[in-house]
Design a protein around this ligand. Structure first.
Ligand SMILES: [Mn+2]
Length: 317
């Protein structure tokens, strides 16, 4: 736990603190930054949270609108970065990042880039919110009902509502503690899992309709270009998550979803069954992630990039 000790020291030494997570924040990213934001407020820190944009899924969460999109000062004491093993994926500009005197990285992805002065990394944790739960206990910061709400959002997001195999007995213990603070766990779960927009449903229909199947159904592939996403009226933050539908078909080992982004790049999302480690492939192509969920940005033209990734998985299934 020496990282916890060093992280605690860094926080104690700092007053002006900014908190950030990766762009296109999921529930774990939003949950961790807001939980830490509230926790540091109880320590009377001058703390700010950077949230340039987010999916409407999370609009039921209080404090989300307190997020700002950039650093106002010329320098600050500490940047705390959550849920990203890649510095370039953080929702903060290079300039604002460099204004930080120190950087604390807290993450649960397979190690890629150690960009912090102190790095608390535990790839055994299904959600960075569970790691933060441990850290807040270590810091002896009281986990209020409000803080518990955000930690719970992160844990249920990254564990598929406590169903994925990354969920451990520690996860259930943490959730039990969070629920004992009086959070409305059922309503939160409902908001996270049943808040789809009609345009998102249409995106799913579009993607599934064009699904390609390889190796007798072990590999499923779907692609949606950015023009389509835009014309369906789906926000960029909301265009994810198609892989879960592909993977939910019986017998699927690997689900691949490629989507065009507004900057012209192609984002590849990978999900796997118990039999395949998609993080290996993601890392090989310059990305990162977890065994069962990973991703990268396609470097080749679409046709070539598609062929390469499918060929790669044909070797693994
Ligand atoms: Mn996460």
């Amino acid at each position: 736990m020496w990282e916890f000790r060093r992280a605690k020291k860094l926080i104690n030494m700092s007053n002006k603190i900014y908190i950030v997570a990766h762009t296109n924040p999921d529930g774990d990213a939003i949950g961790s930054i807001l939980a830490m934001y509230l926790a540091l407020k109880t320590l009377n820190k001058d703390v700010h949270v950077i949230i340039p944009s987010y999916s409407k899924t999370f609009s039921f969460l209080e404090h989300l609108d307190e997020g700002i999109d950039k650093v106002e000062e010329d320098s600050y004491d500490l940047l705390i970065a959550f849920d990203s093993s890649d510095r370039t994926r953080l929702a903060i500009s290079e300039e604002d990042f460099s204004k930080a005197k120190k950087v604390l990285m807290i993450d649960h992805h397979r190690e890629k880039d150690r960009y912090g002065d102190v790095c608390v990394i535990n790839a055994g944790k299904p959600a960075v919110c569970e790691l933060l739960f441990d850290f807040l206990n270590y810091m002896k910061i009281k986990i209020t009902r409000e803080i518990a709400t955000y930690l719970y959002v992160g844990i249920i997001t990254d564990t598929g509502s406590l169903s994925y195999s990354n969920t451990t007995t520690d996860t259930f213990k943490a959730v039990s503690k969070l629920i004992s603070t009086g959070i409305n766990f059922s309503e939160i779960m409902y908001n996270i899992n049943n808040s789809m927009t009609e345009s998102k449903l249409k995106l799913i229909a579009y993607a599934i309709d064009r699904m390609e199947v390889y190796e007798g159904g072990k590999i499923r592939f779907a692609y949606v270009d950015y023009e389509t996403i835009k014309s369906l009226g789906v926000d960029e933050e909301d265009a994810e998550g198609i892989t879960n539908y592909l993977r939910s078909v019986k017998g699927t080992d690997v689900a691949i979803y490629v989507r065009g982004k507004s900057d012209g790049s192609l984002k590849v999302s990978l999900r796997a069954s118990e039999r395949v480690d998609v993080s290996e492939v993601a890392i090989k192509f310059g990305g990162g992630g977890h065994k069962r969920a990973a991703g990268y940005t396609m470097k080749e033209e679409f046709d070539i990039g598609k062929k390469v990734v499918i060929e790669e998985f044909k070797k693994l299934v």
